[in-house]
Design a protein. Structure first.
Length: 590
């Protein structure tokens, strides 16, 4: 039998966590047709000697909703072996809202240029419901597979209007709530994996009308949430959310929703399990909570980023400042002159210093400018220094040193800090904890602030290097399972496995290059955002080849000619087998 593609002599991982072995893999019509020790022949052959052949990685938390409209290849994930991405996270999607509302929802929360969100949605939106949305997505030349949550804030905005949807006094009428229920049911029936909501109170809106209000889903009351989650529970789908960490009793109540008792457990995936510098024992509380909820009959998971959470900022443009009233006040002002005037005001500075010095306030940021160093500045003498050091040199509070430099240099002042996952020992514990799901890259968002497109590869590096050092904490088979099959099975997706009959979504990894190249800093311009330079990852020698639907889309960091030209990915509908896109006869060689 001749195959479309043969991957020869690689160490084969099927995504189940079972033992790996050197095998030859034959791919035909987009699916795995043979896994054998016997020689195979194919139109295209990939020599994987010394390499790992694994199912394509799954990224369970992205914000590619806008980029897939104008840049559907999603190459920044694809090149790192990610063959399935989840969109519609954090309560925001583009299924029901128009361009302006989408711009207000995505622009500030996810740091995606608002004007480009508006133009992308207005240009491409032809859909009016979830099924039509899926068809529109599949009409684009998708690179990876896509699946989606329906966003609670998306539906609430579309049915109530953004003004009413973000006002505590206004709640949906019976008719409006019934409409949201119909939309949610339609999305779940169409194959969406669940509902995403958001209760975090420092994600704020862009635009003019409702600027700086929190997302619409944060205004939801118990009745509305109960009615919507009841639909999710009945269908065995997933509720994704970010809990209100500033109010622990509310978090406990949200977790308890997962417990089934006499009814079906509610699958819940929450943001996020992390070893936060702001709370060194917080990860223990989160891990214990997941164990307790699941022992009581729940089906609960935290999302976890398996790498140090390093963030960059141009001036004050960073979402962590939304936690502080003073930070949110500055970010509320778009005009640089107005913002600078505010930051010069002594009353404002006193407020900022007071909030900064309150180390007992619950939040993600550790509030330590001695742990924030400058990486680029018009004044080269400051590069490499922390704001705390500069404050000592100038005899001022670290907050004043920071604000002075932002006023002087604006967005030309680039700096970084690590806010969590800084202790390797704890990172290992979080990676193996069954209450955590490995994901949460935020790919496609925060374009100037962070880049975790290769976070799955970073976990494989950690596992591989620990084994090489004689101190293994997880087998490679287990790590691959956590990044692929485990996620696919929990979200009911036709992905994550490489058995005969499965979709041929494949990544060929060179373990010899699971090295420090994965941590190197890189930037690349984004054509669809008018050449905006965004943070990316570049470790092209690590991923030898990537296949989606049996077609080769990347070879050592270089896209094949079909990327962005034809559709290789599919919209994966929860609970269904999804065939790979048909391959034109002349293109079968890749």
């Amino acid at each position: 039998m001749s195959f479309d593609v043969v991957i020869r002599n690689g160490r084969y991982f099927d995504g189940t966590g079972g033992p790996s072995a050197v095998r030859n893999i034959g791919i035909k019509d987009g699916h795995v047709a043979a896994v054998t020790e016997e020689p195979l022949e194919g139109i295209e052959e990939i020599d994987a000697t010394g390499k790992w052949v694994i199912p394509g990685l799954i990224d369970i938390h992205t914000h590619y909703d806008v980029e897939l409209l104008n840049g559907p290849a999603l190459s920044e994930s694809l090149r790192h072996g990610v063959t399935t991405v989840v969109i519609g996270s954090c309560s925001i999607s583009t299924v029901h809202v128009d361009g302006v509302d989408a711009g207000d929802l995505f622009g500030r929360v996810e740091a995606i240029p608002r004007e480009h969100v508006i133009s992308a949605v207005d240009e491409h939106k032809t859909w009016t419901n979830a099924e039509e949305y899926i068809r529109a997505v599949e009409a684009r030349p998708l690179g990876p597979n896509v699946t989606a949550f329906i966003g609670h804030s998306d539906m609430r905005t579309a049915v109530m209007g953004l003004e009413r949807a973000t006002t505590k006094e206004d709640q949906p009428t019976r008719a409006e709530l019934a409409q949201m229920e119909r939309w949610l049911a339609e999305a779940l029936d169409a194959g969406f994996i669940g509902l995403s909501s958001q209760q975090l109170l420092f994600d704020r809106l862009d635009g003019d009308v409702c600027r700086s209000r929190t997302l619409p889903s944060t205004y939801v009351k118990r009745r509305e949430m109960r009615r919507l989650t009841q639909l999710v529970r009945k269908r065995g789908r997933v509720l994704q959310s970010g809990p209100d960490i500033q109010h622990p009793p509310r978090v406990a109540a949200q977790l308890a929703r997962s417990i089934g008792g006499l009814r079906r457990p509610l699958k819940i995936s929450f943001l996020a399990a992390a070893d936060a510098k702001s709370n060194p024992i917080g990860y223990r509380i989160l891990s214990t909570a997941a164990r307790v909820i699941n022992a009581l009959g729940g089906d609960f998971r935290w999302q976890h980023l398996p790498v140090p959470f390093e963030v960059y900022s141009d001036g004050i443009d960073l979402v962590i400042f939304e936690e502080l009233g003073a930070g949110a006040a500055a970010l509320h002002l778009r005009d640089e002159l107005e913002r600078n005037e505010l930051m010069r005001d002594e009353a404002y500075r006193r407020r900022f210093r007071k909030e900064y010095d309150d180390k007992f306030s619950i939040g993600a940021w550790h509030r330590d400018f001695f742990d924030a160093d400058i990486v680029a500045c018009p004044d080269p003498s400051l590069v490499g220094k922390t704001f705390g050091q500069i404050g000592l040199d100038r005899g001022v509070h670290p907050v004043d040193a920071f604000l002075d430099l932002v006023i002087e240099h604006g967005r030309s002042l680039r700096w970084r800090t690590v806010i969590s996952n800084h202790r390797p020992k704890i990172l290992k514990k979080l990676a193996v904890d069954p209450g955590n799901q490995v994901g949460f890259s935020d790919a496609g968002a925060h374009l100037r602030n962070m880049a975790f497109y290769n976070s799955g590869l970073c976990l494989l590096r950690h596992v591989h290097q620990s084994a090489e050092a004689g101190a293994p904490f997880m087998t490679v088979e287990h790590a691959v399972h956590r990044l692929t099959g485990e996620l696919a099975d929990w979200y009911s997706l036709d992905a994550g496995h490489l058995r005969v009959g499965d979709r041929a979504d494949v990544a060929v990894i060179d373990p010899a290059h699971l090295d420090e190249s994965l941590s190197a800093y890189a930037e690349e311009t984004v054509d669809q955002y008018d050449g905006l330079s965004r943070m990316v990852n570049r470790n092209d020698d690590t991923v030898t080849a990537v296949l989606v639907g049996g077609r080769t889309v990347f070879r050592r960091g270089v896209p094949t000619e079909i990327v962005g030209q034809v559709r290789t990915g599919s919209f994966l509908r929860a609970g269904r087998k999804i065939p790979a896109p048909a391959q034109p006869a002349l293109a079968r060689g890749g």
